[in-house]
Design a protein around this ligand. Structure first.
Ligand code: G3H
Ligand code: 13P
Ligand code: NA
Ligand code: ZN
Length: 313
């Protein structure tokens, strides 16, 4: 069955790697994730956002994820699979996911006051732990779009707060803001593309060995952006986080790295290419199939060259 994140994070911390947390909204994305993880023998966190729930229906997504355990075995390897709620925004939503079979949830109180974040997160932890479900909290605000919460400017996580936060809430992992952001437009032209690994190091000193999570960690591969634009797309100034910086982060206490936008780019590039080059195609399998192949390659690349979770399943 599905597993929670506790043991996976403990192993990732001691092994100096990070677990991929890939978002999914449909069958092809899920297939690509599982194929990539089976082939590289990587554990995986399947993430369902609020947007995914309303797009694809939470019940269907949950059954797909549960089926993925058997699907992986059929493909040749039983890998640890976590089903995780991404950016839960209320106790009720987290409770619903916990009661219906998610093995992990995020409660994102990062936009609240510190005190309100602590009390909401603690409430979710108390309920989740009765069900052996792990909880991710967040401190600090990412720039860009946090689902419905729009933060125009990021507020880096304050290292002085992390020990108090994890102590008071009992969370199993902590998402931090060190300059990553959601979406495909992470830096303005001319802006320094560096994330604050110095703040990460400071946070690690305060809570040694505690699992850290990075959101907004897509790299926005320029070959994909160019492919999209070469086939009728219009993505201007799309940039992401350098893979070298993420690789460095993965060697630290960062043990979950969230990637969604890069997958969207890979799918869109493949679909655009097929529809552009073969205008006679109208069978969705003829463009979603290549999109799935491209996604699988992208996910394998991340696992092997960025996260280092290959061979850890
Ligand atoms: O954190 C954002 C994730 O990429 C999910 O995005 O809310 O559009 O599904 P979404
Ligand atoms: P990206 O938009 O950088 O892929 O981040 C995804 C994410 O953080 C999901 O929670
Ligand atoms: Na790590
Ligand atoms: Zn996120």
């Amino acid at each position: 069955g599905l597993v929670n994140s506790r043991e996976l994070f403990a192993k990732a911390i001691s092994g100096g790697y990070a677990i991929p947390a890939y978002n999914f909204n449909n069958l092809e994305q899920l297939q690509a994730i599982i194929m990539a993880c089976v082939e590289t023998a990587s554990p995986v966190i399947l993430q369902v956002s609020k947007g995914a729930r309303s797009y694809a229906n939470q019940t269907l997504l949950r059954h797909l994820a549960a089926g993925a355990v058997e699907y992986a075995a059929e493909l040749g390897r039983e890998i640890p699979i976590v089903l995780h709620l991404d950016h839960g925004d209320s106790f009720e939503l987290c409770k619903d996911c916990i009661e219906t079979g998610f093995s992990s949830v995020m409660i994102d109180g990062s936009h609240l006051s510190y005190e309100d974040n602590v009390s909401l997160t603690r409430k979710v932890v108390e309920f989740a732990h009765q069900h052996d479900v792990t909880v991710e909290g967040e401190l600090g605000v990412l720039a860009g779009i946090e689902d419905e919460v729009h933060a125009t400017k990021h507020t880096y996580t304050e290292p002085d707060q992390v020990e108090d936060f994890v102590g008071k809430t009992g969370v199993d992992s902590l998402a931090i803001a060190i300059g990553t952001s959601h979406g495909a437009f992470k830096f303005k032209p001319g802006e320094d593309h560096k994330i604050r690994l110095d703040i990460l190091a400071e946070i690690e000193k305060r809570i040694p060995g505690f699992p850290i999570v990075l959101h907004g960690a897509s790299s926005v591969p320029q070959d994909l952006v160019q492919m999209i634009n070469a086939h009728g797309g219009k993505l201007k100034d799309a940039v992401g986080i350098g893979e070298d910086q993420l690789r460095e982060a993965a060697r630290s206490a960062v043990c979950k790295i969230n990637i969604d936008s890069d997958g969207r780019l890979a799918m869109t590039a493949a679909v655009r290419k097929v529809l552009d080059e073969k205008p006679e195609e109208f069978d969705p399998r003829k463009y979603l199939g290549p999109a799935r192949d491209a996604l699988k390659q992208l996910y394998m690349h991340k696992i092997i060259n960025v996260l280092g979770s290959n061979g850890k399943a």
